[in-house]
Ligand binder design. Structure first.
Ligand SMILES: NC(=O)c1ccc[n+]([C@@H]2O[C@H](COP(=O)([O-])OP(=O)(O)OC[C@H]3O[C@@H](n4cnc5c(N)ncnc54)[C@H](O)[C@@H]3O)[C@@H](O)[C@H]2O)c1
Length: 329
């Protein structure tokens, strides 16, 4: 599979190294409107062509698939154009900036007969897969509650300027970082959300929210509390899953543990290459989907994440919980 990476910013090296690690993949092109960024990423993959316009890359017949790794509002047009050019698409999270745009991407890929997956990395990170594996084994019984505490840094200047444009990013810390929390909470909770309520804060003079708290009730009754906080004294990325028979904690820095009846057991010790392992597993999943396998992250799930972030904004604005309908198949 000849892969083209479109958007060569902060996350690009993980995608490039993922392609290098997989026998069935080869990164043959990198495209960025910033040529120096494209060159930097291409240098990690000797022989990869450099483009500054994704349309030229699609026309050049040098790729079979693309990774769309651009600002969020560009996920839609670039994914659709890639599909129309007959290329399989792995689009970074969040899938798009509206539910309608998620549907447009899915429809374009279906129409073109190409595969589509969404890069919800949480499903592939070793600390999370260890936790999910234990829960899926049934040893702990049913999931009852989930707490997700995630710090970030949304002070302007800490990341690319587009992250602070509602039009381009779709929103702020919740759209970007909250997407990870919603993704993993829904995955561990095992059902779509029935209801979501939210409060947000916009600090540091930011035009988008920098902090937010979310409360969800899933269709199966599981309760979820998510907090995304910018620049706190103590950094956190901690997912706690309360099950009938024990509590699981997953954190990329401290690893994964389970506490059952007063005893703690280690499920995963963190390593320096856990994040890369996740990106490689994610690309491997994409290759497998192209080969006709089922995706680790169903498209409805990725669409629901976007739906929930937008519902959380409505709730934060109106002060009432957003009640969601059943997620269409
Ligand atoms: N999976 C993860 O853990 C993770 C982590 C961070 C970001 N992301 C996601 O990855 C995507 C990229 O985020 P980032 O942090 O790398 O952003 P970034 O700002 O660092 O990089 C984006 C790049 O896209 C380029 N770009 C803009 N318009 C383009 C166009 N029309 N054609 C080609 N390139 C274009 C920019 O020049 C820039 O180099 C986003 O969807 C983001 O939410 C995922």
């Amino acid at each position: 599979m000849r892969i083209g990476l479109i958007g060569a910013g902060a996350v690009a090296p993980f995608h490039v190294r993922a392609a290098a690690a997989l026998a069935g993949a080869e990164l043959t092109a990198v495209c960025d409107i910033d040529e120096s960024a494209a060159r930097r990423a291409a240098d990690l993959s000797p022989g990869a062509g450099v483009f500054t316009d994704h349309r030229r890359m699609l026309e050049a017949d040098v790729v079979d698939a693309v990774i769309v790794n651009t600002p969020h509002a560009l996920h839609l047009p670039i994914s659709v154009e890639a599909a129309e050019a007959g290329k399989h698409v792995l689009v970074e999270k969040p899938m798009a900036t509206s539910v309608a745009d998620c549907d447009r991407i899915a429809e374009a890929c279906e129409r073109a007969g190409v595969s589509l997956t969404v890069g919800h990395i949480q499903h592939f990170l070793p600390d999370k897969t260890a936790a999910h594996g234990l829960i899926a084994s049934g040893e702990l019984g049913a999931v009852q509650l989930i707490r997700d505490n995630r710090s970030t840094d949304y002070r302007p200047g800490t990341r690319s300027p587009w992250f602070f444009s509602r039009e381009v990013a779709g929103g702020g810390a919740l759209f970007n970082i909250g997407a990870h929390c919603l993704d993993r909470s829904l995955w561990f909770g095992g059902a779509p959300a029935a209801e979501i309520s939210a409060s947000v804060a916009s600090r540091f003079g930011s035009p988008v929210e920098t902090d937010g708290v979310l409360r969800l009730r899933l269709e199966n009754g599981v309760g979820v509390a998510i907090a995304v906080v910018s620049d706190p004294p103590t950094r956190s990325d901690s997912l706690t899953v309360v099950c009938e028979g024990g509590v699981v904690e997953a954190d990329p820095r401290t690893g994964t543990t389970v506490r059952i009846d007063g005893r703690t057991r280690v499920l995963h010790e963190p390593t320096d290459h856990d994040i890369q392992t996740g990106f490689t597993a994610q690309l491997s999943d994409f290759l497998q989907v192209v080969d006709g396998g089922p995706p680790a992250v169903p498209l409805d799930h990725a669409r629901h994440v976007v739906e929930l972030i937008l519902a959380s904004y409505r709730s934060a604005q109106t002060g009432v919980a957003s009640v969601l309908g059943a997620v269409p198949a």
